[in-house]
Design a protein around this ligand. Structure first.
Ligand code: ATP
Ligand code: FE
Length: 355
C-alpha cells in the first residue's frame, strides 16, 4: 500500500509518500515547508496568512513529494489528509487539495485526525504494538493517551489551558529570546540554577493527569519584573536562572503526571510496556532525560521518534492513512474540515466499527 499524505493544519505545509511493504513501512519522501519567517513579525501564527500560504504552496509540496518518491499518482493507492483539528483555513486548503487529487485520479480519500497522526507515529518509526502510552507534548497540545488501536485513543488527561511549547515560546518572548522559544530557552537554561525561582507546579495536589501551564508565564513575568526593579535590569545569570527554573517546573509537572499515567496504563497489562513521546517539546533534553529516568524506574521502554517526525509532518498523516485504509476506513468526497476534533470522540465514520 502506498499513500500520499497532506498536512496543513498549522504553520507547516507538508506532503509525503509512505509505503507499507512486506518488510514494514518506509517513508519514500517527506516534504515540509515551514512558515516561521512569514509569521515572525507578528509573534505568533496569523491564521489568514497561514491559510493563504498553504493554498499557494501545497500543490508544489505534493509535486515534490511525488517526484522525490520517484512516482506519480499512478503509483499511489490512496490520499490521506489532515481533516482537523487545527486552523480551519489551513485544514480546508489541505482537504480541498486532497479532494481534487482524489476526484481527478479516482483514488480513495482518507481524512486523518492530526493528533492521531502524532499518536501513531511510533508505529511507523519503531513498529510499536498496541497498547502503548503516548505523551503528546507540542506547541498546541499536551495530553496522555493510551493508544489501543488506530481508531481507539483513551485520553487520560491533558493541559486545561496552555501547552508547554506555548509556555516556552511565551517565556522566550518575555525574556527577549528568539522564537521558537523551546530551543532558545533550553540553551539559555544551561548553567542556570533551576532552584533559584520557585515557580508553581499546578495541579500536582490533584488526582489524575490534568495539567496547567498558563500560571507559569505570570510567575515568570513577576519574577522578571522584580529582578528588574531591584537591580535595574536582568543579568545573563538572572536570565539563565529564570529559564532553568521555568524548565524545571515544566519537567516536574510532566514527569509527575507521566508517573500517574503509567499507573493507569500498566493496569492494561501490556506485554511490552512503552511510553512514547511526540511533539516539539520532546526535543528538550531535560524533559526527555527526566522521562527516561521515570521509565527506567517503572520498567517501561522509552520511545522517542526522530525529531522531524515528532513535529508536524505529512509522513505521519500518510501512515495514519495506511492504518485506516487497512481497516477499510475510507471517506467520501463530502469529507469535512473540522477546527475541533478530540481524539477520544467517535466521529460518525467510526460508528459501527465496533470500537
Ligand atoms: P501542534 O503540533 O500541537 O499543532 P506545533 O506544530 O506548534 O503544535 P510542534 O511543531 O510539535 O508543535 O512543536 C513546536 C513547539 O515545540 C514550539 O512551541 C517549540 O517552542 C517547542 N520546542 C521545540 N524545541 C524545544 C526544546 N528543545 N525544548 C522545549 N520546547 C521545544
Ligand atoms: Fe502537530
Amino acid at each position: 500500500i502506498t499513500v500520499l499524505g497532506l498536512e496543513s493544519s498549522c504553520d507547516d505545509t507538508a506532503a509525503a509518500v509512505v509505503r507499507l511493504g512486506p518488510d514494514g513501512p518506509r517513508i519514500l519522501s517527506s516534504v515540509v515547508q515551514g512558515q516561521t519567517a512569514l509569521h515572525a513579525e507578528f509573534g505568533g501564527v496569523v491564521p489568514e496568512i497561514a491559510a493563504r500560504a498553504h493554498v499557494e504552496r501545497i500543490d508544489l509540496c505534493v509535486e515534490q513529494a511525488l517526484a522525490s518518491a520517484g512516482t506519480d499518482l499512478s503509483g499511489i493507492d490512496a490520499i490521506a489528509v489532515t481533516a482537523g483539528p487545527g486552523l480551519i483555513g489551513g485544514v480546508l486548503a489541505g482537504v480541498m487539495c486532497a479532494k481534487g487529487i482524489a476526484a481527478g485520479a479516482g483514488l480513495p480519500l482518507i481524512g486523518v485526525n492530526h493528533l492521531a497522526g502524532h499518536a501513531l507515529t511510533p508505529r511507523l518509526t519503531d513498529g510499536l504494538e498496541f497498547p502503548y502510552l503516548m505523551l503528546l507534548v507540542s506547541g498546541g497540545h499536551c495530553q496522555f493517551l493510551i493508544v489501543h488501536s488506530p481508531t481507539r485513543f483513551e485520553r487520560l488527561g491533558g493541559t486545561i489551558d496552555d501547552a508547554p511549547g506555548e509556555a516556552f515560546d511565551k517565556t522566550a518572548k518575555l525574556l527577549g529570546l528568539p522564537q521558537p522559544g523551546g530551543p532558545s530557552v533550553e540553551a539559555e537554561a544551561r548553567g542556570g540554577d533551576p532552584a533559584r525561582f520557585a515557580f508553581p507546579r499546578p495541579l500536582l495536589d490533584r488526582p489524575g493527569c490534568d495539567m496547567s501551564f498558563s500560571g507559569l508565564k505570570t510567575a515568570l513575568l513577576r519574577a522578571r519584573d522584580q529582578a528588574v526593579a531591584e537591580q535595574g535590569g536582568l543579568t545573563r545569570h538572572d536570565r539563565a536562572d529564570l529559564c532553568a527554573s521555568f524548565q524545571a517546573a515544566v519537567a516536574d509537572v510532566l514527569v509527575e503526571k507521566s508517573r500517574r499515567a503509567t499507573e493507569t496504563y500498566l493496569q492494561a497489562r501490556p506485554d511490552d510496556p512503552v511510553l512514547a513521546v511526540a511533539g516539539g517539546v520532546a526535543a528538550n533534553a531535560t524533559i526527555r532525560n527526566a522521562l527516561e529516568d521515570l521509565c527506567k524506574a517503572r520498567g517501561l521502554r522509552f520511545v522517542a521518534p526522530p525529531l522531524n517526525l515528532c513535529t508536524d509532518n505529512a509522513a505521519m498523516i500518510a501512515w495514519a492513512g495506511i492504518e485506516r485504509y487497512r481497516l477499510g476506513l475510507v471517506d467520501g468526497l463530502d469529507l469535512s474540515a473540522r477546527p475541533r476534533w478530540p481524539l477520544d470522540e467517535h466521529a460518525p465514520a467510526l460508528l459501527g466499527s465496533g470500537k
